[in-house]
Design a protein. Structure first.
Length: 310
């Protein structure tokens, strides 16, 4: 009988009763057979922990921020050979963990994997966000999400001094000691059979009602964001930007990744055109205009926050 290495999925929460059920359900519906779910809550005052306990007995309370929550779950609680961190508003496609383990087991030099992320939403701006996010998969704008636990411990986990760029920081530390790549869906079934399996997935209709056909994607994470709200979007970006100076100071402003992550050329042009991605821009000019408008507004918002804090 084949032995399956355990995978620990760590979910950090704070007042997530609206989203957590579908996230937990998507983990339970995975095709991979050996998974433990760890929920690390941060003093929720809604039904988050009550819902979580229906899916796992590994529910804990930890703060003050998600870096500490993730480190606790991934280093102190997790028993898996592999650790994967998710947010409560994410939904895992049914084969994602199986495909991640397959990649890691077939290349022992891999330290971690990026996972494609698909933004849900039916409105125009949600479609713009979905269009934009796919350009970042496997780049320095992205961050690894499925990791060998021993590697996560070796690099010291997330930096507790940051909230926002702590995932970029973790990604950099892991890339310094091991190989990373973007996970790919295994094409082990006929297209017809694969579609039939997706249609049997209990979250199939939920995803489709939010503007995305699961049949068009393989192993991904769906980000179940609320319909786009500019004010809320900018507030979130501004909150995460408060740790940017700490992150830049740690690695130095001339670090190659820093120059890309904060440089105008890469963030506004190269990341959208490298490796043949420019072809996507030609196909969807309206979405391109929306994307650049959002990028511009986020940039202006960041600069204004810098002026206010100086």
């Amino acid at each position: 009988m084949k032995q399956y290495d355990k995978v620990s999925v760590i979910m950090t929460t704070k007042n997530e009763e609206k989203h957590i059920k579908n996230c937990l359900k998507s983990v339970k519906l995975q095709t991979y057979p050996n998974i433990e779910i760890i929920v690390v809550d941060n003093n929720s005052i809604d039904r988050t922990k009550e819902i979580a306990k229906k899916y796992t007995n590994l529910v804990f309370n930890k703060g003050p921020e998600r870096s500490a929550q993730r480190n606790f779950g991934m280093m102190e609680v997790a028993k898996g050979k592999y650790v994967m961190y998710v947010d409560a508003d994410m939904i895992l496609s049914p084969t994602i963990i199986e495909d991640c383990v397959y990649e890691m087991e077939n290349d022992r030099s891999l330290a971690a994997l990026y996972i494609p992320e698909i933004v849900l939403g039916t409105g125009f701006w949600s479609e713009v966000r979905r269009f934009e996010r796919r350009f970042y998969d496997g780049t320095v704008i992205d961050c690894v999400r499925f990791i060998r636990k021993n590697i996560f411990i070796k690099v010291g986990g997330f930096d507790l001094s940051m909230t926002g760029p702590e995932d970029w920081d973790l990604d950099k530390k892991i890339r310094q000691i091991g190989k990373v790549k973007l996970v790919k869906s295994r094409k082990v079934e006929s297209k017809k059979l694969r579609m039939e399996n997706f249609k049997k997935w209990k979250l199939y209709n939920f995803i489709k009602e939010r503007g995305v056909n699961p049949e068009n994607y393989g192993s991904v994470i769906y980000h179940n964001e609320n319909e786009f709200n500019l004010k809320r979007y900018l507030q979130k970006k501004a909150y995460y930007a408060r740790s940017f100076d700490t992150y830049i100071k740690k690695w130095g402003k001339n670090d190659p990744d820093i120059r890309k992550q904060f440089g105008v050329w890469y963030r506004f042009f190269e990341v959208f055109t490298e490796k043949g991605k420019w072809k996507r821009l030609i196909k969807d000019p309206i979405l391109v205009m929306g994307m650049y408008w959002l990028r511009f507004i986020v940039g202006v918002n960041y600069l204004m926050s810098k002026v206010r804090s100086s």
